[in-house]
Design a protein around this ligand. Structure first.
Ligand SMILES: NC(=O)c1ccc[n+]([C@@H]2O[C@H](COP(=O)([O-])OP(=O)(O)OC[C@H]3O[C@@H](n4cnc5c(N)ncnc54)[C@H](OP(=O)(O)O)[C@@H]3O)[C@@H](O)[C@H]2O)c1
Length: 311
């Protein structure tokens, strides 16, 4: 399938593009800068240089595709509005593709839309999003409503992603190296998590399956306590870092509604993903700390290498 991917240079999108290439799909990536287009071209990936909020910059190239994966997000005050503009265009393009033949549209959401779920929930759960992602269920619904017999419309809700050198867990590993880890709240809450390559594998499965419709959770189902993750990371360091548990009010004053999302207590199951044959290869952060430090190190080296190459 020829697949248009937004956010192709991001944490989730990079893993998705790699997995699509491994599965022999053709990728057309939306990138913001010519330099990134050049890097992707070296890997045989076509790029549209443009921005989410200006679909005229990518509509023509995206219209050559039958698959559409939205994995971009602009973290700015206009981010939600910009996503809506991009989604309207992606839905329109996907519907046209669906009129020509089988097509697929995948929207990247996140488990935070579920709100606090101290007891395990699956994809049938009612959403109760915290302020940070209060807008998101409406965008999920726009995508789901676009589905037809020919157009498979899906929402993937990843847990907190780990692996490589980006994301919340990589930041925790890096802060452990620097001697101080900060945890929002008491750390007794549980985070649903997913390894980046396992998550990307789910996108490929959803894209390629006639059952790839509706909501899919993507979690390793380890129900890890945040405190246990921090302890496992700290235990791995020759000089264990301090772990500081920040009261939620203090974290909120510093980071706004992001603090409440980090403090959520969630246990999330992914039965619909398993029904597609998806089985995560990594089953927890805590039991893979050595590997994750190594991935962080390699990711940094690759980035330094890229910067030298670009200079
Ligand atoms: N990371 C996680 O743990 C996690 C968990 C659950 C859900 N999610 C969701 O997954 C999505 C992607 O997250 P991520 O962690 O991969 O984020 P990320 O690493 O920050 O990547 C964001 C991507 O969006 C692109 N982008 C931002 N603004 C853009 C614009 N105006 N026009 C075109 N492209 C733009 C970025 O391009 P540049 O490279 O040019 O900056 C980058 O490719 C988000 O919706 C996030 O909420 C993430």
């Amino acid at each position: 399938m020829r697949v248009f991917v937004t956010g192709a240079t991001g944490y989730v999108g990079t893993a998705v593009v790699d997995a699509l290439q491994r599965a022999s799909h053709e990728v057309v990536a939306l990138v913001r800068h010519q330099e990134k287009a050049r890097r992707l071209a070296e890997r045989g990936i076509d790029a549209a240089v443009g921005t989410l909020g200006n679909p005229n910059t990518w509509r023509t190239q995206a219209s050559t595709c039958e698959g559409f994966i939205h994995a971009a997000f602009e973290p700015s005050p206009k981010g939600v509005e910009i996503e809506r503009i991009a989604l309207d265009t992606l839905i329109d393009l996907a519907k046209h593709a669906g009129e020509r033949g089988p097509a697929s549209l995948i929207y990247t959401s996140g488990v935070w839309v579920l709100g606090s779920t101290p007891e395990p929930v699956d994809e049938t759960a009612t959403v109760a999003p915290p302020e940070l992602v209060a807008w998101r269920p409406a965008h999920e619904q726009l995508v789901l409503d676009a589905g037809t017999d020919q157009l498979r419309a899906a929402v993937i809700r990843p847990g907190v992603v780990y692996g490589g050198s980006r994301g919340i867990i990589a930041d925790l590993l890096a802060s452990a190296e620097n001697g101080l880890m900060r945890i929002v709240g008491t750390g007794e809450n549980h985070w649903p998590l997913v390894y980046d390559r396992d998550l990307a594998d789910l996108y490929v499965r959803v894209l390629g399956s006639d059952e790839g419709r509706g909501i899919f959770h993507a979690t390793d189902e380890a129900d890890e306590q945040v405190r246990a993750i921090a302890d496992a990371i700290a235990a791995h360091r020759p000089h264990p870092p301090d772990i500081r548990f920040m009261p939620i009010a203090e974290a909120r004053a510093k980071s706004g509604p992001y603090a409440d999302a980090l403090a959520l207590d969630q246990r999330v199951r992914s039965p619909r993903a398993h029904a597609l044959g998806w089985a995560p290869s990594l089953r927890s952060v805590s039991s893979n700390i050595a590997r994750l430090f190594e991935e962080l190190r390699r990711g940094r080296l690759a980035q330094q290498e890229q910067e030298r190459h670009d200079a």
